[in-house]
Write a protein that binds this ligand. Structure first.
Ligand SMILES: C[C@H](O)[C@H](O)[C@H]1CNC2=NC(N)=NC(=O)C2=N1
Length: 105
């Protein structure tokens, strides 16, 4: 198993979240809900996030409810949040921005 980074401190989490205004701290994880323009657009976003996740070997919890997709990030092996979660949140934000731009929202 790959070495996992140390959990972030509360200060590090707070600082990281300042740059991630769409994400909320919930039960030791960070969470963002996206409303996609359609169900299939939401599924395509999930597929793109899945590719990112595979590349990072870091896998989000994903909840899909029609057009609403919720991503919940934490590092299970570390028992908390690590820089991997902040990095993944930024990458998800980039994909969501692309989706929004593609649909002229
Ligand atoms: C062996 C493998 O690297 C680990 O099990 C990875 C896989 N994906 C993971 N994803 C997340 N979110 N947290 C982890 O701790 C984790 N561990």
């Amino acid at each position: 198993m790959a070495d996992r980074p140390d959990p972030l401190t509360a200060d590090q989490i707070a600082e990281g979240l300042r740059g991630l205004p769409e994400w909320a701290l919930v039960d030791g994880a960070i969470r963002r809900t996206v409303t996609a323009p359609s169900f299939l657009a939401g599924i395509e976003l999930v597929r793109q996030v899945a590719e990112v996740a595979e590349g990072m070997d870091h896998h989000p919890d994903i909840d899909i409810r029609w057009r609403r997709v919720t991503f919940t990030l934490s590092t299970h092996d570390a028992g908390g949040l690590t820089f991997l979660d902040l990095e993944q949140a930024r990458l998800v934000d980039g994909l969501v921005a692309d989706l929004t731009a593609a649909h002229g929202a």
